[in-house]
Design a protein around this ligand. Structure first.
Ligand SMILES: Nc1nc2c(c(=O)[nH]1)N[C@H]1C(S)=C(S)[C@@H](COP(=O)(O)O)O[C@H]1N2
Ligand SMILES: [Mo]
Length: 537
């Protein structure tokens, strides 16, 4: 046998290109798998996809973010990560093709992606320093080496007819090392699958201490229980939002790609800043030993469109924030205190700014430890979050809180304020039709129209319904729990055949009627009235 018969000749161009792309894809997978494994050892937030994703979230214009929340809802983060993976896959394949001709460039490109991941990870506000670069760097180095190796197999195959060594990284030889390529590629596929799976498993079980600490918590019974809920806060009408939102159904809005898993036994809350005569650092047990209060409070998101789903009502247990502040010597601005802004900071570097005046004006602003009878779920801020009746979440409801700093609005802009959202954002009076659903086809006769209305800390006094261009007709209000909670309402509609538009409006206890002036969510919450179009059959 001659050399020519023994060594496979290089396949035709399309096949070669495909093999190059395959090499790139394998290098990319391996890089990500190694990064995943190393991030399990460093910390899950330091993984390249999470780091780049988080950086992207921070840099996304408000309008795009609003659009993402609107279209993907709570899946927005999944969509973002899949998007990043898709872009990476395309780039990796392109680099694989490039590596066929320019081996070093292919490998160098992989390294460059590693640098991007590393910079993103180290640049996170909650970064723990240079170690956060390790997952990206390790992944990129292994990925680059693999691509170099695979591209070499595709190009090599012994001396070329003109005597120069093939696989020199400049020009492909006429032969390729088919056996070597298949072995290396298969080995890489198996190893990266293994590393990826192991990394996933380790990352999944990270936060074991946090899980255990949550299991161990026994919430004390509150010194000040919620006043008994009056009968009839919950209407018996199918389709209306339950008065209390179960934790599993409670909306979630935050920027965390990886839900922080905080160990309650090592958690600390620092309270300090301007006008804080006696700064303190509190443990979780310190909080539980204090007088706990229990309150029903409805939380709403500023990103909620008119008629949207980002509102929920829960029974919270926690410490009265105003009492704690007073003990530390804090005075509200109206009593001469120097600080008008309370900046809450979370373990993942989020900042939220709340008016000190609002927190100390007598309302039940909470450092919450419990939600609907259990410790906070991790997605809702375990172990401790803030809840302030009457203010949108982004200016009040800091989850995974670890620091409270008293300062001024002049001195500091928080995360969303830097992104053009309003400094102060009291909840706007709103109402929503839960049933019938848009484009429903109810039968003519009595159709129960029902929903919820909210104007936290002012209370709802009236809800009215309008059919088409008819007169406003008063709906029946369910019993009020407190002015900090939403209120259900219902309206028995004598529906006639044909297409109809139902519109709702609420009036709060200050007498203000929900405006029909439509505004966008940015900068301080959507206004306007919710309508539903139905066809009566
Ligand atoms: N740490 C942290 N806290 C946060 C946020 C966040 O992104 N990070 N989002 C805020 C916003 S915009 C809202 S509306 C509420 C939502 O709380 P939930 O997810 O428990 O419903 O949390 C607030 N607290
Ligand atoms: Mo929000």
């Amino acid at each position: 046998m001659t050399d020519d018969e023994k060594k496979p000749r290089n396949p035709r161009t399309p096949v070669r290109t495909a093999l190059g792309a395959l090499s790139g894809a394998l290098a990319g997978c391996t890089a990500l798998a190694v990064a995943e494994l190393v991030s399990a050892w460093v910390r899950p937030q330091a993984g390249p996809v999470v780091a780049v994703g988080s950086a992207a979230i921070d840099r996304t214009p408000a309008a795009v973010k609003d659009w993402a929340i609107r279209n993907f809802g709570a899946d927005d983060k999944l969509v973002l990560q899949l998007g990043i993976l898709a872009v990476l896959a395309l780039c990796a394949m392109a680099l694989g093709v490039v590596a066929l001709r320019y081996r070093r460039c292919g490998a160098g490109g992989v390294l460059l992606f590693g640098v991007v991941g590393a910079v993103a990870a180290v640049g996170r506000p909650d970064s723990e320093g240079l170690t956060d670069a390790l997952p990206s760097v390790a992944g990129a180095v292994v990925g680059a080496a693999l691509l170099h190796l695979l591209a070499g197999r595709l190009a090599s195959g012994g001396p070329t007819p003109d005597g120069t060594a093939a696989g020199d990284g400049v020009s492909p030889g006429p032969y390729w090392d088919r056996r070597g390529f298949v072995i290396a590629a298969s080995a890489a596929a198996v190893a990266s699958a293994g590393a990826g799976a192991l990394g996933r498993a380790l990352n999944g079980s990270s936060g074991r201490d946090a899980l255990a600490s949550r299991k161990d918590i026994v919430l004390p019974s509150p010194a000040s229980p919620a006043s008994p809920r009056p009968r009839g806060t919950q209407l018996r009408i199918p389709g209306v939002s339950p008065f209390i939102t179960p934790n599993k159904d409670f909306y979630r809005v935050d920027t965390a790609l990886v839900v922080p898993k905080v160990d309650a036994t090592t958690w600390r809350l620092r309270l300090h800043g301007e006008g804080v005569a006696r700064p303190v650092t509190l443990t979780f047990d310190d909080l539980l030993r204090r007088e706990l209060i229990e309150r029903d409070i409805t939380l709403t998101c500023v990103s909620n469109e008119v008629g949207g789903p980002y509102a929920g009502n829960a029974r919270w247990i926690g410490v009265r924030l105003a009492d704690l502040l007073a003990e530390c010597g804090v005075l509200p601005p109206s009593k001469g205190g120097p600080a008008d802004q309370l900046v809450a900071r979370s373990v993942d570097g989020m900042t939220l700014g709340t008016p000190v005046e609002d927190v100390m004006d007598g309302r039940d602003a909470l450092l919450a430890v419990g939600m609907n009878g259990e410790p906070l779920p991790f997605t809702h801020g375990f172990p401790v979050r803030m809840v302030v009746p009457g203010l949108y979440g982004y200016v009040s409801a800091c989850k995974w809180i670890e620091d409270i700093e008293l300062t001024t609005f002049d001195a500091y802009d928080t995360y969303w304020v830097k992104r053009k959202w309003a400094r102060e954002a009291p909840v706007k009076t709103q109402s929503r039709i839960d049933t019938p659903k848009p484009f429903a086809r109810p039968e003519a006769g009595t159709v129960m129209v029902a929903g919820v209305a909210w104007a936290q800390h002012r209370g709802i006094d009236k809800v009215e319904i309008r059919v088409d261009d008819g007169p406003w007709q008063e709906a029946r209000l369910a019993a009020e729990d407190s002015r900090d909670t939403w209120r259900q309402w219902s309206f028995p509609w004598q529906a006639t055949k044909g297409g109809h538009t139902l519109t709702v409006r609420a009036t709060d206890r200050t007498g203000a009627v929900q405006t029909d002036r439509r505004t966008r969510t940015i900068p301080d919450g959507a206004s306007g009235r919710h309508s539903v179009v139905v066809t009566v059959e």
